[in-house]
Design a protein around this ligand. Sequence first.
Ligand code: 5AD
Ligand code: SF4
Length: 332
Amino acid sequence: MHTLNRKEIAAYIAGKNDQELFALAADEKERIFGKEIYLRAVVEFSNHCNKRCRYCGLRSANSEISRYRLSRETILDAVQAVEENNIGTVVLQSGDDFWYTTEYLGELIKEIRSRYDIAITLSVGDRGIDEYAFWRKCGADRCLLKIETSSQELYSQYRTPEVFSDRLRRIEALKALGYEVGSGTIIGLPGMDLETSVNDVLFLTELELDMIAVGPFIPNPQTPLANEAVGSIELSHRVTALLRLLNPGANIPATSALSALDPESQQQALLRGCNVLMPSITPQEHRSNYKIYPGKNSTLATAAELIEAARNTVRSVGLIPSSSKGFSKRRK
Ligand code: 5AD
Ligand code: SF4
C-alpha cells in the first residue's frame, strides 16, 4: 500500500515521472492480482435515458439515435452466453429507464441467480434506495454509479438538474446495503485541468470503492459537446495508475473509452495497473445504438467472438484472462 501526499500526486499527474508511476502501478497490480485480468460481460439492455448529461449520446434530448429495449427473454439469452463462455460476471447496464420496474428487474435478477453461478452487477442509474435494497435481496452483488467528476460545480454544469450530493448519498447507501460499489470519473471534460485530476484521485480514494472506472472524454457529435477536445489517454493512465497505488485491492478496468480512441491504449492500461476488461456482448442488432460516444462497441457478431476477442486482448500483453467472479480484494 502506498501513501502519497497531494504534492506527490500532483507531480505524477503532471507527468513528471511516468515511467516510475506506471512501473509501480504494474507491480502493485501483480502483487494483488497476479497476472490475471478479470472479465465482465456487459449487456446493454436499454439505451433509453430520462437524463440529459451534456457529454452523453444517450441523453434524452438526442433524437438522432434509435432507441431500443431488450425483453426479459433476450436478456436471459445474453446471460446464458456469458455463462457458456465461462465469464464470471454479467453487468446489466442501461440508461436511466423506468420502463423496467422494480419488480421486472427483480424477477430478472432472481432468474439469473437461480439459473447461473455468476455475479450480477447493476449499472442502471439513479433508482430508489428501496429498489436497490430489493434487488440486493433478489441476488444482485454489485452496483456501478459514477460520480463523473469530483467537482460539484462541473457536476451541476454537465448533469443539470442533477445534484452532486444526491449522487454521493446514493453511493454511500449502496455500500450500506452490502453491495460491492463501483464509481469513477471522466477525464478531460471541458473545464477540467490537472488539478481536477488530482482532486479526482483523492476523492475517489476517500470513497473506498470496490471498483473504480476512469476513462477519457470522447466528444459525441450528437451532443452539445460535439466540438470539444478529446480527453487525454496519458492522463487517464496516470489517474488509474495512481488509483491502483492508493486502492490496491480495488477492481480498476481498462475502460472501453480507451479502446474507442486507440485499442493499444487499452492494452497498455492493463500493464499500468488496471485489472479488468468489460467487453459489451449486447446483441449485434442493437449494439451500435448504445452510442454513448463514437467508436464504442465492436462489430463482431456473437457473444462467443466478443469474449474471445477480449481474452486475446489480455493474452496479447502476456496476461491471463480469468474466469472467476472477480470480487474486490479491498477488504481482504
Ligand atoms: N466520453 C467518455 N465517457 C462518457 N460517458 C458518458 N459520455 C461519455 C463521453 N462522451 C461515460 C460516463 C457514464 C458512462 C455511461 O459513460 O462516465 O457514466
Ligand atoms: Fe443517461 Fe448515464 Fe448518459 Fe447521463 S451518462 S445521459 S444518465 S446514460
